[in-house]
Design a protein around this ligand. Structure first.
Ligand code: UD1
Length: 382
């Protein structure tokens, strides 16, 4: 088969590396594999996340087939982790010679694989799913990954109009940008009913109202003073409702290293006594079950701001900025920063409110984004 054969399937390499990628590749893989004559797809897992709870459980629950290729890069400093991804991924492209590399999100694997593809001879084209998001905060590693990936991408699939504008402002050719919606919401819509049956509340012994917390950004958990201010807020909120806290491995390590979990907190002997329940990371269905029923979500994640918006659950984001402004403008999200008082006051306001916000309808966040992406690829010349 030659490159110009109009009937041959388009050869795609789809990359996933870390937890927030898995719910994005699941619908893409399904959409591509639905048309075997059009697409020949390989799934590559870089191994950036490798624990069962951070990786395997998502493959099982979301029905993602085993990766065709696993790079096993693991954890390391940013430079080393990205370098390992690049070294291993170059060998994949040498063997596979795909027409396109498809990357999602903004993790180190996203940027590393894009850079490898862009530097192959001949160049392998890059498609970025969830392009154009900008926090304008270059201290965030993800912001650097987003900028690098977008500048190298030949096709940029966006979730919202603000992302299109960001890309156009950066001089990206309008013809490369396709607003298709949100693949992560494809997965939410597909699995939300199944998650209704999860027994996580029974397992955790939760009967009434609760707040759900996630926290893992280096800016929030690596600095003891900042983490302590956030924990002080949680202890205050924990007096009103239990705070369920599935802790990311990075955060669990920091809590242990700073000695914060069992004591040394003003007004509490330990987090558990203060109503803050630190538990192991949860799988997709359990977490979605808890999100949907939470009185309040507190988070520093990107994706959870979007999921909370679609579920109509009030979300307080423990950051000063967001790359997902539509969740504030149209959704349930509020930026509350990292100061104890601001977090506690915002949480109390939510908990006092009589009504929950109505879930907004965001155009194209309808469960069909991956289908639209596959349709764009299907129209490309071979
Ligand atoms: C990464 C992404 C971040 C994403 C987050 C979701 C980058 C720069 N960051 O951050 O955008 O929001 O994933 O979780 O790509 N660890 C384990 N087991 C694992 C994975 C990690 O124990 O399976 C521990 C390791 O100690 C590691 C630390 O967590 O050093 C951080 O992992 P890393 O992949 O470097 O970044 P995340 O903080 O997970």
């Amino acid at each position: 088969m030659t490159k110009a054969d109009p009937l041959r399937p388009l050869r795609l390499v789809l990359v996933a590396g870390a937890r927030p990628n898995f719910m994005k590749v699941a619908p893409l893989l399904r959409a591509f594999r639905r048309r075997p004559g059009r697409f020949d797809v390989r799934l590559v897992h870089t191994g950036q996340h490798y624990d069962d709870a951070m990786s395997d459980v998502f493959f099982e629950e979301l029905g993602i087939p085993r990766p065709d290729i696993h790079l096993g890069v693991g954890s390391a400093s940013h430079a080393l982790q990205t370098a390992r991804v690049m070294e291993a991924f170059e060998r994949v492209l040498d063997e596979e010679h795909p027409d396109w590399v498809v990357v999602v999100g903004d993790v180190n694997s996203t940027a590393g694989c894009s850079l490898v593809a862009a530097k192959m001879t001949p160049r392998v084209r890059v498609a970025h799913v969830e392009a154009g998001l900008r926090s304008r905060d270059r201290d965030m590693p993800e912001e650097v990954n987003r900028l690098v990936t977008d500048v190298l991408s030949d096709l940029l699939f966006t979730t919202s109009a603000d992302a299109d504008r960001n890309l156009l402002d950066e001089g990206i050719d309008r013809r490369r940008i396709h607003r298709v919606g949100n693949v992560m919401i494809d997965t939410l819509k597909r699995f939300v009913r199944l998650s209704d049956g999860a027994d996580v509340r029974r397992r955790l012994g939760i009967s009434g109202r609760y707040a759900l917390l996630t926290l893992h950004r280096p800016a929030n958990v690596d600095d003891e003073a900042v983490l302590r201010r956030i924990l002080d807020a949680l202890v205050a909120i924990g007096r009103d409702v239990p705070v369920i806290f599935p802790a990311h491995p990075r955060t669990a390590k920091r809590l242990a290293a700073f000695g914060l979990q069992a004591g040394r907190l003003p007004g509490a002997d330990g987090l558990a006594e203060a109503g803050v329940r630190v538990i192991a990371p949860l799988g997709y269905l359990d977490f979605l079950h808890l999100q949907k029923r939470a009185a309040l979500i507190l988070t520093d994640s990107g994706g959870i701001q979007e999921e909370a918006t679609i579920l109509g659950v009030p979300c307080l984001t423990l950051r000063d900025n967001t790359e997902r402004p539509i969740t504030v403008a149209r959704g349930t999200n509020r930026l509350v920063g990292r100061d104890t008082r601001g977090i506690v006051e915002a949480a109390r306001r939510v908990l006092r409110a009589r009504r929950r916000p109505r879930p907004p309808r965001i155009p194209l966040w309808d469960g069909r984004a991956a289908e639209r992406i596959a349709a764009v690829f299907a129209r490309l010349p071979r």
